[in-house]
Design a binder for this molecule. Structure first.
Ligand SMILES: [Zn+2]
Length: 231
């Protein structure tokens, strides 16, 4: 796994400045999941037969246990990018995720757009989540996914300072908008097939929680995960 240094990130920033990025380029660099202009992020290696299932915005007291049952029944491991404030209120569920052999990662404390947040806010969001996850898990997390994929150089600098590897994705649909499980699964399958043809692993995002609405229905996302695992 690569481990870019702070020097590489600052070089990336200098390069971006040197290129004279205009607003559209900056929006691309800040929000497009596979952009590396604001610094290196982990997405997927050139190993087309590998799939990573990642689940964001949990833990959720209703849907995360369903998902854990599904994954256990197929002996599949996944990565859960957890919202710190939710993790704090559900430490037992977080421990169940870890005990089942899954990875947990930092998904900020309250899910703001970090590209639009002050350096102080970014630090608070990441550090507070880092501390609570370390306290619950007994060891600090190693991975961080910025909410909405939004970042700027300061976000990546603070993540690195905490020893976190920023992780984006290359296969996502709007599963949080609650389409049917069939629609989610078929769109993801299409993307996975395309990545496979291009020689890339798939880093797949689904949502087992909602940062905005703890009562959001995630049944379609979990059912889509079941379809993908069956495939
Ligand atoms: Zn999220």
């Amino acid at each position: 796994m690569f481990s870019p240094t702070a020097t590489e990130i600052s070089v990336g920033l200098s390069a971006a400045a040197g290129l004279g990025l205009v607003a559209g380029d900056c929006a691309y660099a800040a929000m497009w999941p596979t952009s590396q202009l604001f610094g290196p992020t982990l997405i997927a290696p050139p190993r087309p037969d590998e799939l990573a299932l990642t689940f964001d915005d949990g833990p959720n007291p209703v849907w995360t246990p369903h998902l854990l049952d599904l994954l256990a029944s197929h002996d599949v491991r996944a990565t859960f990018f957890l919202v710190g404030s939710r993790a704090q209120s559900m430490p037992t569920l977080v421990r169940q995720i870890i005990a089942a052999g899954h990875l947990i990662g930092n998904h900020s404390w309250s899910h703001p757009n970090l590209a639009l947040s002050s350096a102080r806010r970014i630090d608070e969001e990441l550090s507070r989540t880092h501390q609570i996850l370390a306290q619950i898990a007994g060891a600090p997390p190693r991975y961080f996914r910025p909410p909405y994929g939004a970042r700027r150089p300061e976000v990546l600098r603070i993540a690195r300072r905490l020893g976190l590897v920023p992780v984006l994705w290359n296969a996502m649909t709007s599963d949080w908008k609650n389409p049917s499980a069939d629609a989610i699964a078929s769109q993801l399958t299409h993307k996975i097939d395309r990545l496979h043809r291009q020689g890339h692993a798939a880093n797949i995002v689904l949502h087992d929680g909602s940062h905005a609405d703890p009562a959001a229905n995630r049944a379609p996302s979990i059912a889509a995960a079941a379809q993908l695992i069956a495939l």
